[in-house]
Design a binder for this molecule. Sequence first.
Ligand code: KG4
Ligand code: ZN
Length: 404
Amino acid sequence: MRILGIETSCDETALAIADFSGSRTKPAIKIRSHIVSSQRDLHTKFGGVVPNLARREHEKNLAAILMRVLEESEILKPGTERTGQKTSRSKFAILDSILGREQELLRQFKESVVPSARPRIDAIAVTCGPGLAPALWVGVNFARALAYHWNKPLISVNHMAGHLYAATLQKNKAGVPTFAHSRVKFPVLALLVSGGHTELVLVQSRKKFIILGQTRDDAAGEAFDKVGRMLKLPYPGGPAISAMAETEVQNSEFSAKDGQIKFPRPMINAENYDFSFSGLKTSVLYFIRGIEKTHSIKKLRPAIAREFQNAVVDVLVAKTLRAAGEYQVRTILVGGGVAASECLRKTLRTRVAERLPNVPLLLADPTLSGDNGLMICLAAYFSGKKTTWRRAHVNANLRIDETT
Ligand code: KG4
Ligand code: ZN
């Protein structure tokens, strides 16, 4: 089964084409193409993602990226790249209505997609939620137009399920992402940490997801981004804080190592699996306000970044371990943008090996932990919902337990 995956829920325009074979319990994958076009530079001057700007960028880029993934995939029969086939007026009228709100995309669609040959693809998968509604709609309408034009089934995908399945791919010795299904045994615990979500999900079977806990306010990635802004670091804050935490403390008066800067670990001991990072973010703000009159924040940044990062990681790791023990899970998966954090990866590896040595820990590869189209292909293959171009729609607040 060959799937085209389309992801536009936030600020990455991402498409991928992958071939699946084998069985669902012993699957194999061939990644034909995989392109992520980040809008990071555009949003950085606003300190975060501006939904309408994101929408416009997706609209500008989708058709061109599609043509690139099709080309890289080598799935157009040689010599049939451009068929010059005539498209009937009624067909155009339907495309006009599907992409009626995306005029620029419609123009490009008619210019590049319509005259091209129909590729050998079995289904088109698209993120329908959760995410930013204006951004999601562009991807969904594009997928609807393709499904209509190529007469192919449409699969609507939950973005968080995508992050979860991304962790089931692990690079082999040759550096090629390969399924690690022999190490994935139910019940599975998934820690999903992104810019919009932080949740612990118990996966009892391919069809049964239970959210054990989630954030009550800011997501972990969001907290990283906001603290990044406080420290005048570029957007997104996560990678910038990670890098800053690695640098030398430039002010010997303060070092996170000896506990001179101490931030809270919110809800670490609470009798539930919920998270809350807003109070932690406020503690950082008050600390900065209290100290900036007498100290250079720039010099203190490594120490603040380190202690903030440690606080987030401590809470994530403590709750993951507790849930894994209580539910006696047989595999732990970790996905979402924050899964790229080296501090989180290292701490989880150490603590899981100490406390749950028999439980495999699968961390999404840092190249696949952030938003990408391949994870949408994966989620479509394992848990997507078949729909049609007429019925596909967006649900910006879609929950992972509504997926199946
Ligand atoms: O999953 P993702 O790409 O997009 C959403 O679905 O939100 O996650 C983006 C988030 C951002 O908040 C970013 O700061 C965070 O992931 N992130 C990191 C790191 N790399 C990305 N957070 C901590 N450490 C990192 N190395
Ligand atoms: Zn994401």
